[in-house]
Design a protein around this ligand. Structure first.
Ligand code: RP5
Length: 304
């Protein structure tokens, strides 16, 4: 088994560098911290050199934590598996209406539960996540060019054009983030992107029917030509050894600023704020969203 893990670690590292993901995946925000919204559950410390499962770590005693809110929410949440006669779930497959496939390739099953493909996190159980294994999300990265008062595209000191992105302030951690969300059962990723953007950044849930129609039309037009930027693991503070976030991030660029670029942003649903933010290396976004945005800046040869 150790040998098999060693090979899957190597395959994962190579995929991270050369595969569909064009950037290495981080694994920092789900280590050595207090678990979010847990009221004092601290992760077992995992040093950098002990992250990979193939590295022996005999002292490893991860803390078990699944939030009470998760335990009481079927069918959004999976059933408990560490019980006598646990139900059978189909790993690495489409399991009825639930997508248990990972963008990272096949994950291992240990003690009847999936094992985080990026390595140890110091917590077992599901924490705040509903599904064992991958929990799928989608992230829209909506961009426009920053403009000067006379309408020209603004440039940085090196003469590189500056992008702006739409970010929302999360109600749970108060951090600024891409307006992404969980993929609903059976939902296509492009639909998730449109829904989450409309709800969180344009407050479509509270709009009157006429306004709602306008929002739908503009979002549909802009989100028609999205470009995939990233697909894979997210360095999300909620990840555990047995449950983790994955996403597909798309860039929707309003090149001439005439569609969403002109929209009045209005925070709604899970967002307590929404803004256009200048893209630069000084951004401090939730989870690994900075990495996705850096990739977008690169793809537009924009300032970073
Ligand atoms: C992140 O969590 C994803 O990148 C996505 O932005 C977000 C989805 O979770 P919720 O915002 O629905 O909590 O890992």
């Amino acid at each position: 088994m150790e040998r098999r893990n060693f090979f899957s670690d190597i395959v994962r590292l190579v995929r991270n560098y050369f595969g569909s993901q064009t950037m290495p995946v981080g694994h920092w925000k789900c280590r050595n911290t207090e678990y979010p919204r847990s009221d004092g559950v601290f992760r077992f410390k995992v040093p950098d050199d002990k992250v990979l499962w193939t590295t022996p770590f005999i002292e490893y005693r991860p803390v078990e934590y699944t939030a009470p809110s998760v335990k009481s929410q079927p069918p959004w949440a999976d059933p408990e598996l560490r019980v006598p006669n646990p139900p059978t779930l189909k790993w690495n497959a489409i399991d009825g209406k639930v997508n248990r496939k990972s963008h990272m390739g096949r994950y291992e099953i240990h003690d009847n539960v999936p094992r985080n493909p990026q390595g140890r996190t110091g917590i077992i159980g599901r924490g705040l996540l509903g599904k064992w294994g991958p929990n799928h999300a989608a992230d829209p990265i909506v961009t426009r060019w920053k403009r000067t008062a006379n309408g020209d595209i603004a440039a940085d000191r090196e003469g590189k054009n500056v992008l702006q992105i739409v970010v929302v302030q999360r109600r749970d951690t108060h951090e600024w983030a891409l307006p992404g969300g969980m993929v609903d059962i059976g939902e296509h990723i492009s639909v998730t992107c449109k829904r989450e953007f409309s709800e969180e950044a344009l407050n479509s849930l509270q709009a009157d029917p006429v306004e709602k129609k306008k929002i739908e039309q503009s979002v549909a037009a802009l989100f028609h030509g999205g470009k995939e930027i990233y697909r894979g693991y997210v360095d999300d503070p909620r990840n555990t050894d047995n449950a983790w976030m994955e996403t597909v991030a798309y860039n929707f660029h309003d090149a001439d600023g005439t569609s969403v670029g002109k929209f009045k942003l209005n925070a709604g649903d899970d967002a307590m704020g929404v803004n256009w933010m200048d893209v630069s290396r000084n951004l401090k976004l939730y989870a690994s969203h900075n990495d996705f945005v850096r990739q977008v800046a690169r793809s537009h040869s924009a300032s970073w």
